[in-house]
Design a protein around this ligand. Sequence first.
Ligand code: HEC
Ligand code: HEC
Length: 271
Amino acid sequence: MRFLSSRRRHPAAKALLLVLGLIVMGALYTVFAPAPQVSADTGTSQQVAEGKALFAVGCASCHGLNGEGQASGEIQGPPLAGVGAAAVDFQVSSGRMPMAKPEAQAPVKPNRYTPEEVAQLEAYVASLGPGPDVPAPADYDPANVSAEDVARGGELFRTNCSACHNFEGAGGALPGGKYAPSLYDVPNRRVYEAMITGPQQMPVFSDGVVRPEDKRAIIAYLNTLHGQPNEGGLSLGGLGPVSEGLWAWILGLGSLMGIAVWIAAKGAKAK
Ligand code: HEC
Ligand code: HEC
């Protein structure tokens, strides 16, 4: 203490105090600051470098060494500048990418990258050009969506999505050997990412067209629809009026004919 007080008026004391203060502030900040979002935009250069290395091994054969795309070769991967981290997360965590063989559409399969590696790939592709970022849980979590909004989500789904994905989200075929997949058991984040990145024939539903709260309402609707236990009986593939009509014909007309035959047989016996 004597040591300190005797040097309090030293010319360097103020500067030292300032430095000390800054160090304490820095330490406090690192303790109390919220953990940084793992986001491609804030991806460290090391993350980008590791992503680039992974990309060279797993993706460059189709997308080019710098993600510039490939115009010739067995499989022509599109350029990736500007597709954004969200597209990488959608494609890689659903196992669509890396594509295994030439086919009309990359199928969903187990993802072989760890979450860290996926984040590195995202950071690298995001560094190629600005694009949609991976959504935060608050964007796609439908926990606070009201029952009214779920109904609105259903309407939005029927107008925007059911043409390809069927009324119940059971999926459907598209021309050229392609298909809109079933939306059963698709994680909420992936549903959100599909809407903001528009994979393959699916259009991009920008926030101007389908607002973020509408996207959440659609997700909430899908959750309630698919969380509902099947009320017994056949779902008839959820194909709507066509298959239901067919069953009405077979069962309805069939039983009427059965009854008619039975009455006729009884009548014959009574005579
Ligand atoms: C065998 C070739 C092949 C490999 C390997 C491959 N891709 Fe692809 N990729 C494609 C093709 C073809 C498409 C376009 C068709 C589609 O979307 O299904 C595509 C589409 C994509 C898209 C969507 C682009 C958009 O416009 O939304 C992303 C993102 C992507 N690839 C990332 C990757 C990443 C990351 C890897 C490595 C982990 C990878 N790909 C490996 C062939 C490949
Ligand atoms: C023009 C047809 C079309 C429309 C309209 C459409 N989609 Fe899609 N959707 C597709 C196709 C095709 C794919 C498959 C893309 C692929 O495999 O690369 C897809 C994929 C998806 C996936 C990914 C599923 C999975 O298994 O990973 C989700 C989720 C999705 N769509 C949700 C929606 C929602 C929600 C809407 C309405 C807001 C919608 N789609 C509208 C054609 C469509």
